[in-house]
Design a protein around this ligand. Structure first.
Ligand code: SF4
Length: 443
């Protein structure tokens, strides 16, 4: 019997409050325009275009998102004037309906990472083209997300994805392990397919999800309230010609992970990438233009944004890395992985979000000044947790201006983890975290 979604000739559109390039969403500080970047990559010319329109038609504030995209804040009434140059620069979708579905996360070092098992770009381009050009996929929610991991040392493996694929080799054959509604850092794979079946697997998962999900079910985890994961995988195997093989002992190796800040060698001898971060994920137009200029002068004319809300300059000659780092520092970017501010994440907060109970960005800067060593801490203005795609080791949840409840991540606790302290001021939170750090070091 046909399923309800198969009877309908009109594609079902799942409503979303997320901004897009063509859908500018209002906030307290003006509109937000989100520019999706394939694999987080932007050319210098495209970066100039973003910086220019952010300056002319918005507040000049540009944010790096935790999915390696950019968003322009404070957009004024001239939406068309802002969008047209971005489209002309090639930053738009292939067609208006496909802007939301370009949610494929790659490692920021895809193709250049010495530790990679696979250069994911060829498969990624194939998947992105299908996402944009298959009308049915316009039914996917703007939040539905796929990850393709090539085994790089620098990879965000903790963000939950509806579908994740991770490359490994077995007896000389490249396979893609996969999982649903989870992440490669925590979950055992459900199975694996040969690399050449990777595209077909992605298409089959997306189509099966759309066939089975009710309109209000925007993510695979919602569908798993109605059916089991095993049932979904069984149907997948039945309806596609992809041969899914069991994966026994393989788990994603996370031991080579390193900070996104600093200088690291690429596969190509003599070439390095240099990583830096704008404080709390926020750039201004001058910083973005400066980055574009550095990429043209010392790199390959492209920048790669990362899910840590930072940026990499690839293809820098190794001997020029110290100079590039100096120039990044002069632009106002954080280049030292030991700087506590580089480890803090804060949402928009009450300065520009009506739901925010505290000015999280301002409080994060104050907190960073109280910490002697880096600690990964997330300050969130409310329970929605917009700034963090996975639970941080420490979460400060605003309860009033300048006051936060403090949670420590604990695998057995849902949400932010275990509530350890209530209603702390920033000074008190700083003292508590410093004392905890000292006692951890002393143990
Ligand atoms: S987490 Fe809450 S306060 Fe922060 S940006 Fe999101 S909705 Fe606003």
């Amino acid at each position: 019997m046909p399923l309800p979604s198969e009877l309908s000739a009109t594609p079902l559109v799942r409503p979303t409050g997320c901004p897009g390039l063509l859908r500018i969403v209002q906030a307290m500080d003006g509109g937000i325009c989100r520019v999706k970047l394939a694999g987080g990559v932007i050319t210098a010319q495209q970066a100039y275009a973003v910086a220019d329109v952010a300056q002319r038609y918005a507040s000049g504030v540009i944010e790096v998102t935790n999915r390696s995209n950019l968003q322009i804040r404070g957009v004024g009434p001239e939406h068309a004037a802002l969008i047209e140059p971005l489209m002309a620069a090639g930053l738009g979708p292939a067609n208006a309906a496909s802007d939301d579905v370009r949610n494929l996360m790659l490692s920021p070092t895809a193709g250049i990472d010495p530790r990679q098992t696979l250069d994911t770009w060829p498969l990624a381009r194939q998947i992105l083209a299908s996402l944009e050009n298959t009308p049915r996929f316009a039914e996917l929610s703007a939040k539905f997300a796929v990850q393709l991991d090539g085994g790089e040392a620098l990879a965000m493996l903790e963000h939950h994805h509806d579908l994740w694929l991770s490359a490994f080799t077995d007896n000389g054959q490249t396979l893609l392990a996969f999982g649903l509604a989870g992440c490669p850092a925590q979950d055992a794979p459900l199975g694996a397919v040969p690399l050449e079946h990777g595209h077909e697997l992605v298409m089959a998962v997306l189509t099966l999800f759309l066939d089975r999900a009710r309109p209000e079910q925007t993510r695979l985890r919602h569908l798993f309230n109605d059916c089991t994961v095993a049932d979904f995988v069984e149907r997948l195997a039945l309806r596609s010609s992809v041969s899914i093989v069991p994966v026994n002992a393989w788990r994603r190796d996370v031991s080579a992970a390193h900070s996104p800040l600093g200088t690291y060698p690429q596969r190509e001898p003599g070439r390095v990438f240099v990583g830096a971060a704008p404080a709390l994920g926020r750039l201004d137009a001058a910083m973005l233009s400066g980055l574009a200029q550095l990429a043209s002068q010392y790199g390959n004319g492209t920048l790669r944004f990362t899910p840590w809300q930072s940026v990499l300059l690839p293809d820098v000659r190794a001997e020029q890395a110290p100079l590039v780092t100096q120039r990044l520092h002069a632009l106002g970017l954080l280049c030292d992985a030991h700087n506590p501010l580089a480890h803090l994440v804060a949402c928009t907060g009450s300065s520009a979000c009506a739901k925010g109970l505290a000015d999280t960005k301002q409080d994060a800067r104050q907190l960073a000044g109280l910490l002697s060593q880096p600690q990964t801490i997330h300050l969130t203005g409310c329970q929605r947790s917009c700034a963090a795609a996975h639970v941080a080791p420490v979460t400060l949840l605003a309860v009033a201006p300048g006051h936060y409840d403090l949670y420590l991540r604990a695998p057995e606790h849902a949400g932010f983890g275990v509530l350890r302290e209530r209603n702390l001021t920033i000074e008190a939170a700083g003292a508590w975290l410093e004392a905890r750090q000292r006692s951890n070091t002393d143990d």
